[in-house]
Ligand binder design. Sequence first.
Ligand code: PLP
Length: 485
Amino acid sequence: MKYQSTRNAALTAMPSQAVLQGLAPDGGLYVLPNLRLDFDWQGTLRLDTLGMATKILSALLPDYANMDKLTQRAYAGKFETPDLTPLRQVGDNYVLELFRGPTSAFKDVALSMLPQLMVAAKGEEKIVILTATSGDTGKAALVGFQDVPGIDIIVFYPENGVSAVQKAQMVTQQGKNVHVCAIRGNFDDAQNGVKQVFSAVTQQNLLAGRKVRLSSANSINIGRLAPQVVYYFKAYADLEKKGHIRRGDAVDFVVPTGNFGDILAGFIAKQLGLPVGRLVCASNANNVLTEFIQTGHYDRRRPFYKTSSPSMDILISSNLERLLYSLSDGNAETVAALMQQLSQTGEYQIDASMLQRLQKDFWAGCCEEAGTSQTIGKLWREQQYLCDTHTAVAWNVAEQYRSATKTDAPLVVLSTASAYKFPAAVLKAIDGEACGDEFDQMEQLHRLTGVPIPAHLAKLRSQPVLHHDVINREEMLSYVLERAK
Ligand SMILES: *Cc1c(COP(=O)(O)O)cnc(C)c1O
């Protein structure tokens, strides 16, 4: 079973090679043309979380041997709870907590597994992972790849573009194979700089003879997407165990969305047979996806807002391309044409039959800053549940969905970050005030709510800073080549 590019059916790769490459050579994303319809989803629901992970990852990445060992190494003992992603009932809804991993970000679920998949796939060559981060991905990738043999990782972050907590998380990172470097500029500078390093290295063959391969831990890699399918099964099994649903009942999931990876994993779970009802796409003020799902018109030509839920501040959702592939019945020419239109004009419109299919499985809503803050306050006052800004957006959209559709199906809201990663916004929402620096605010939030601060965040302030590099964007290539020796 081979993966192929969303833009060209003739460009194929074995699953493990797709993981190593990340992006297909034509810029498309790797997809499986025929997802397994005979997948034993019912048997999967009987397993524990690691068993589910092994079974689902083996189905999606069938050329790997010993997947059980890989999932053990990735997850066992690394999360706050052995079931990795606990489900909590909050009011009439359920919250699926995806932030119980080593860096308190939902990215941990995927970035704990990706290094294992890369090590198992790679040959003799050394791999250097390049990552530009706007905050959460960098730390989760650093922890995931720390001291992994044969792989080095370089993380670039915008010097003034991440929060104090996020910066402290990265510059205190230990490990013999990790490099953390600030870029003078914003996130786009860091991200474009990384892209330029990749193309310069390929075009000029700069690593020739060195037995080194550059790769990325970006969310377009199928090795990051596949591990996320697991928690949809896990949530469904939990609802069944607790007697809230019966086998076969449809469950709706509400997903705070940025690059469309998280929600697409839910779509894959549905393709594998799990009774997923609607996937509800929640956006903040950057609501390009809301318009798209409601009208079929994708239009990135709009203002960009910096919000309190920064991981969703995004106007080009890369993984949407995989959904287009599926909506067009696997027609790579259609996808290639839409993507070309997007890059040339900044917009595209899908046809009526694609839109109809889209709306059968997806619903969308958005929530601006005031609504986000009100939702955090309300959830705390009425349910004693402390949530972060991204989760608040999703909760708010879940309520919009309930009132618009009058559904009484169980709703699972995916929670993607600990409230302690955004202490200022959360404090303001529940108390009206936030004083001191972010570390003071964490303690203030803890005194006010009694909710424990994740241990690794609590001790950050006293940890030694190990990484001091700050460079200009033009210096990124030489920085990478120096470290790729
Ligand atoms: C990355 C991220 C998201 C968005 O997930 P996508 O897979 O990019 O849609 C939402 N919330 C948080 C906290 C994140 O870090």
